[in-house]
Ligand binder design. Structure first.
Ligand code: NAD
Length: 434
């Protein structure tokens, strides 16, 4: 099958590359010529484990191509996936659909023959109807179907998630496009991955419901962590105790600094806005958003308290900047809020992240970027672990103690044990543990 993917970011590039592994022929298109030039020269513009091998293999085989000529890519395709960004709209928090609608117009002008247009971007209920309207208005003679196929991959584990998904959700309005989507995902179907066919609006909502639920689950355990601190209980044991219950499940129960990243913050906001537009209550999500926002500020206060209540002129080493490990994605990372709040109180920030520093440099001012955890900790009054990269899991504490002004560790990811760190002579603060 001939597939084109419009938008070659985290989702578009991973999807396009993985579709070639399913036996399809794929063109990934993007308006960002630097991205496409990099890809055409064998460089991967994002950090995603395992992606480079797949891209290299299929580019060499001639089944994966990259272009800035979106119309040309569309004209050659049986199926066109829209995988452009849907960030929060400035001012009101609705999903900004301008990139999706621009892509729909381009597709309308360029499509030849029956074309299935699939929205993979996360879009609010009713967007498929609008995409259909735009295409019909732009090209009244076009023969096409509009399908919703939200993506559930996790950055850092995207290849595995795409090739072995828990489920594939497809929203269709006609049998013709359903048959095409069955063909697109046939290898996964043969692997017995559940293919869930629903109507288009339901499919669009499933994506937001999933992200809303997960954000709520994280927020729940974060509030439990606060309660654990107040009553002398251990949140990791609580998480295990409830997570073993199959109705609850063990995932997304790690207490931490609040959720961030390119999806949960904007998707929870967009879900709340959709509910308001339709005059229905979704107070659980609205509350989740409010709790999470205040949690990020609370994390900065925690670091300040660990430094004796005042960070003016003190140096804080931040370990980890990305919103989670194994990605270079800095969008809405908790580190951005925590660092800003500490700087507002006069702290001097030194930081190290294995993959996120290039991007962080565009988003944070007055931070000294370092080449290792040890360089960051040199002369620091406290270390704060913000992201649980593996390299931070076995820190050399005697070495750190030698180079720090004070041996203080604030572990916002609970990757250490109190006794182990305190035996090394450190003052240790973690989340929700006695
Ligand atoms: P991204 O910002 O990494 O990539 C989007 C790309 O689209 C950019 O490279 C941009 O240049 C390109 N683009 C924009 N308009 C274009 C146009 N008209 N023609 C061609 N290219 C265009 O975004 P992303 O993280 O890949 O997210 C894409 C969508 O997938 C979003 O709706 C997001 O919510 C959703 N999603 C993301 C993830 C994730 O983990 N990142 C997971 C699931 C779903």
């Amino acid at each position: 099958m001939k597939i084109s993917v419009i938008g070659s970011g985290y989702v578009g590039l991973v999807s396009g590359a993985c579709f070639t592994e399913f036996g399809h022929s794929v063109i990934c298109a993007d308006l960002d010529d630097r991205k496409i030039e990099a890809l055409n020269n064998g460089r991967i513009p994002i950090y995603e484990p395992g992606l480079e091998q797949i891209v290299t293999r299929n580019s060499a085989a001639g089944t994966l191509g990259f272009t800035t000529d979106v119309e040309d890519a569309v004209s050659k395709a049986d199926v066109v996936f829209i995988a452009v960004g849907t960030p929060s709209r400035r001012g009101d928090g609705h999903a900004d659909l301008s990139y999706v609608y621009a892509a729909a117009k381009t597709i309308a002008k360029a499509m030849t023959g029956y074309t299935v247009v699939v929205t993979k971007s996360t879009v609010p209920v009713g967007t498929g109807d609008e995409v259909e309207r735009i295409i019909r208005e732009t090209n009244p003679a076009a023969d096409f179907s509009v399908v919703s196929n939200p993506e559930f991959l996790r950055e850092g584990a995207a290849i595995e998630d795409f090739k072995r998904p828990d489920r594939i959700v497809v929203g269709v309005e006609d049998e013709r496009s359903r048959a095409v989507m069955e063909e697109v995902y046939r290898p996964l179907f043969l692997n017995q991955s559940p293919l869930v066919f629903v109507n288009r609006r339901t499919s669009e909502l499933i994506k937001y419901a999933a992200n809303g639920f997960l954000a709520m689950k994280i927020t729940f355990i974060n509030e439990m962590a606060d309660l654990c601190e107040a009553v002398g209980a251990n949140v990791q044991d609580v998480a295990r105790g409830i997570g073993l219950d199959k109705r609850i499940g063990p995932k997304f129960l790690n207490a931490g600094p609040g959720y961030g990243g390119s999806c949960f913050p904007k998707d929870t906001l967009a879900l709340a806005k959709t509910a308001q537009d339709y005059d229905t209550n979704i107070r659980l999500i609205e509350t989740t958003i409010a709790i999470n926002d205040s949690r990020k500020r609370a994390m900065a206060r925690r670091v300040i308290a660990a430094c004796g209540g005042d960070v003016r002129g003190k140096t804080i080493a931040m370990l980890g900047l990305t919103f989670k490990p194994n990605t270079d994605d800095m969008r809405d990372a908790p580190s951005l809020f925590i660092i800003q709040a500490l700087q507002d109180k006069g702290a001097i920030i030194r930081a190290y992240d294995p993959e996120g520093m290039e991007e962080a440099k565009h988003l944070l001012q007055d931070v000294t970027y370092c080449n290792s955890a040890y360089e960051a900790a040199d002369g620091a009054d406290a270390i704060t672990i913000v992201t649980e990269w593996d390299v931070f899991r076995a820190l050399d504490f005697p070495r750190l103690k030698d180079i720090m002004v004070q041996p203080v560790l604030v572990d916002l990811r609970n990757i250490y044990r109190h006794d182990r760190v305190e035996d090394e002579g450190f003052t240790y603060h973690s989340i929700g543990r006695p």
